[in-house]
Design a protein around this ligand. Structure first.
Ligand code: ADP
Length: 405
């Protein structure tokens, strides 16, 4: 009996053991599965957070660079890559390996010692003269341990370019004002020193003073016009303008100037009407016809013609038969104070601002302006305006059509 009981007890114990082992294994597997699932969930949420972070960094306008504690690139956003024209993977590289920029590598060392550096300006001549502003700081964790460096890059190129343009403009204006002013001062002093007692000399000197005072006046008027046009303060008073009649009026105003050079003024315009500010358009035509008389051939001719383009724009051309404009200067003549021949322009009382005013006025009407010239074939200026019936005003003018006129 006892052996049987012992056997039963042992069998029961073994069964219990196997049952517990099974239970234990099942519980362990369950625990492992749960751990795996939680690790997976954690991984997924880390990936999602990283993806969100990357989207956020890539949507920034500023370039962003994160370096780890060994000064190796941990993250570079899209704007950073664009600023430095970089296409390759940067992760793990040093600044010198990725960019070969010693100045930036030195900046990172400075940040390391100073903790942060603000408003550091970086010029990149090898990247088309790009200007960047860099703000950088060391990143520390909650325990105060250094974990890396963050650098933010802001593109200053446009601001620098505007600053340069303004500085050049001020320098040009001062120079343009100084020349007639010093002439006036010089002749007045000579007159006061005794030249006034010789009526013939005095008359000659006074004429020079008068001419230079007029030049100053013209210059100031042109400067005020440019400044008003550039500031956007000028509101166009648009109305239907009969172009042929307006050209007749401009010819009448410039008649005596043309006569002095025995230049023939020819109005070839058909009856076209543009939707334009008549006073501003008068200024455009006056500047172009005046230039054609000034720089054209003595005893030559100045012709104004026009047509309607396929898109409904009015296209007007002012041509002369003078020496023309060298090919390399065709675009530049519209810049402020640009002159092909400085002495000639000043001799003719030019301010160097006429074509720049023309360009501003035409652009403010939504039109285009350009110059053409073949060697020795005179100069031709073309500009476009929307038609009086509203045609053309919704589509950009086609500059190419002007050539077929
Ligand atoms: P400016 O007051 O000197 O005439 P503009 O801005 O009107 O200034 O013209 C700029 C320059 O373009 C002139 O100095 C001249 O060199 C050149 N230019 C303008 N119109 C003509 C033309 N019809 N023929 C030749 N050159 C011209």
């Amino acid at each position: 009996m006892w052996p049987l009981l012992t056997l039963l007890a042992l069998g029961g114990g073994a069964g219990l053991h196997f049952w517990w082992r099974g239970q234990f294994r099942r519980q362990q597997r369950q625990l492992l599965d749960e751990r795996e699932a939680s690790r997976h969930r954690q991984e997924q949420s880390t990936h999602q957070a990283q993806a969100r972070q990357q989207i956020l960094f890539n949507s920034m306008l500023e370039g962003l660079l994160l370096l780890d504690s060994n000064h190796r690139i941990d993250l570079a956003n899209r704007a950073f890559k664009n600023l430095f024209n970089l296409k390759s993977e940067l992760h793990g590289k040093t600044i010198l390996e990725a960019l070969r920029l010693h100045e930036l590598a030195r900046l990172v060392e400075r940040v390391e010692t100073e903790g942060q550096v603000f408003d550091h300006e970086l010029k990149l001549p090898e990247l088309a003269g790009r200007w960047l502003q860099v703000n950088a700081a060391v990143i520390t964790n909650a325990a105060g341990k250094r974990e890396g460096t963050i650098l933010v890059f802001h593109d200053l190129t446009r601001i620098k370019h505007l600053e340069r343009t303004r500085e050049d403009f001020v320098a040009n204006v001062s120079h343009e004002l100084r020349t007639p002013l010093s002439l006036i001062k010089g002749y007045v002093e000579t007159l006061l020193d005794g030249a006034r007692h010789n009526p013939e000399v005095a008359e000659r000197f006074l004429r020079i003073i008068e001419r230079n005072a007029e030049r100053l006046d013209l210059l100031i008027q042109d400067l005020l016009t440019i400044s008003a046009l550039e500031s956007g303060r000028v509101e166009l008073q648009r109305q239907p303008v009969a172009l042929r009649a307006l050209t007749d009026k401009v010819f009448a105003d410039l008649h005596s100037r043309a006569e002095q050079k025995r230049v023939q003024l020819v109005n070839e315009l058909p009856e076209l009407a543009a939707n334009a500010d008549i006073n501003r358009l008068d200024q455009v035509l006056s500047n172009l016809v005046d230039n054609a008389i000034k720089y054209g051939r003595p005893e030559g001719s100045v012709r104004v013609s026009g047509k309607t383009t396929a898109e409904g724009w009015m296209e007007i051309a002012v041509r002369d038969d003078g020496p023309g404009i060298p090919a390399e200067a065709l675009d530049r003549v519209f810049e402020r104070f640009y002159r092909v021949d400085k002495a000639r322009s000043r001799d003719q009382g030019g301010t160097g601002l006429g074509l720049s005013i023309v360009k501003h006025i035409i652009h403010s009407h939504g039109g285009e302006v350009r110059a053409e010239s073949g060697s020795g074939q005179g100069a031709a200026f073309f500009f476009t305006l929307p038609g009086a019936d509203g045609s053309g005003s919704n589509q950009p003018p086609q500059a190419g059509l002007a050539a077929s006129q």
